[in-house]
Design a protein around this ligand. Structure first.
Ligand code: BDR
Ligand code: CA
Length: 323
């Protein structure tokens, strides 16, 4: 198919990041031209390894994986996931599933700089580029600080993170991706770049159940079995921590889906910022100093067409797990 948008995913792979990757590979409108790895659900090293292993399992080893940041902007030491995150995503980030043992031995001949790749891709693809971060916004902030012109030329960035009108999932106020690097998120939100926020307001409405994972197992493919077992691990943690939800939230796949088709969500246009201190650190809010500005740089998704999204999710992930 020609005229496809070029997609870059910025992943802290992570179970729902792996689901987002499958959604992207099953989407005919986009060509996945690269992944930038980030710390977050796992260490940077593990995120690189997981992205490559999942690509291999889905039959796309040709997609390049680039290296992003290994820590938050203000952190002194390399990031290490918390006990809670290790429980949610498993000690290997993929629900203890052995996606590709060979990936443990893979190494690059030279580090591949993810921020430089993003800048090159903006120049190469212009408005045809879709860049979708589904981890902390550290890589985006670093790219913007290094090359401020990117704020003007990068097309609207759809990201998974934040919570505007609902509670956070790490603290009462902060969602995990923003919590991991509030300063980076605030930098990304304050430099004039257009951003679309897919936060907990909508991702907590998009729920996957065990009947879906059972159908992946029935596909009879190795990828289907791995994805079913991996996602059942994730659903299991939701059953313990959020039993009222009836399944797991499809955070990162919804961000990819809304980047490809923004009509899936209804958004509030505003100018966001992030609280950087006190008990509300990591909270995404409408900037009180800019409420009356005519120019609104950000869109916050507050409603989602759940049946249509789930239909697309089943179709596209099913395709990725079969081919
Ligand atoms: C976000 O945090 C991560 O754990 C998930 O992968 C998702 O990107 C949800 O708050
Ligand atoms: Ca993620």
């Amino acid at each position: 198919m020609s005229g496809r948008k070029k997609l870059i995913l910025d992943l802290d792979t992570g179970i729902d990041d792996a689901l987002a990757l499958a959604y992207a590979l099953g989407s005919p409108e986009v060509e996945l031209v690269g992944i930038i790895a980030s710390y977050g659900n796992v260490t940077l090293h593990r995120a690189e390894r997981n992205a490559r292993a999942v690509l291999e399992a889905l039959g796309h080893p040709e997609v390049p994986v680039f290296r992003g940041a290994d820590r938050a902007l203000s952190a002194e030491g390399e990031f290490a996931p918390s006990e809670a995150v290790l429980r949610i995503h498993g000690s290997n980030g993929l629900g203890e599933q052995d996606f590709c043992a060979a990936a443990d031995g893979w190494c690059y001949s030279a580090p591949r700089d993810g921020m430089a790749f993003l800048a090159r891709s903006v120049d190469a693809y212009g408005d045809d580029l879709l860049y979708v971060p589904t981890g902390p916004l550290t890589n985006l902030a670093m790219a913007l600080v290094r090359e401020p012109r990117l704020a003007r030329v990068l097309p609207c960035v759809t990201f998974m993170g934040g919570a505007l009108a609902v509670p956070g999932n790490v603290t009462p106020c902060a969602e995990a991706n923003i919590h991991n690097d509030p300063e980076a998120a605030d930098v990304a939100l304050s430099l004039g770049l257009r951003l679309r926020m897919i936060g907990l307001d909508v991702t907590h409405q998009a729920i996957l159940t065990r009947s879906d994972t059972a159908s992946w197992r029935e596909l009879g493919t190795e990828a289907g079995r791995l994805y079913a077992d991996m996602t059942d691990h994730y659903i299991g943690t939701y059953e313990q921590n959020n039993p009222h939800m009836g399944g797991c939230a499809l955070h990162d796949p919804l961000a990819v889906a809304a980047a490809i088709d923004p009509s899936l969500v209804e958004c509030l246009r505003t100018n966001l910022r992030v609280d950087l201190s006190g008990a509300t650190r990591g909270r995404t809010v409408c900037d009180p100093r800019r409420l009356r500005d005519a120019e609104k740089n950000h869109e916050v998704a507050l409603a989602v067409d759940v049946p249509r999204f789930l239909r697309l999710f089943r179709e596209r992930v099913g395709r990725a797990l079969t081919s």
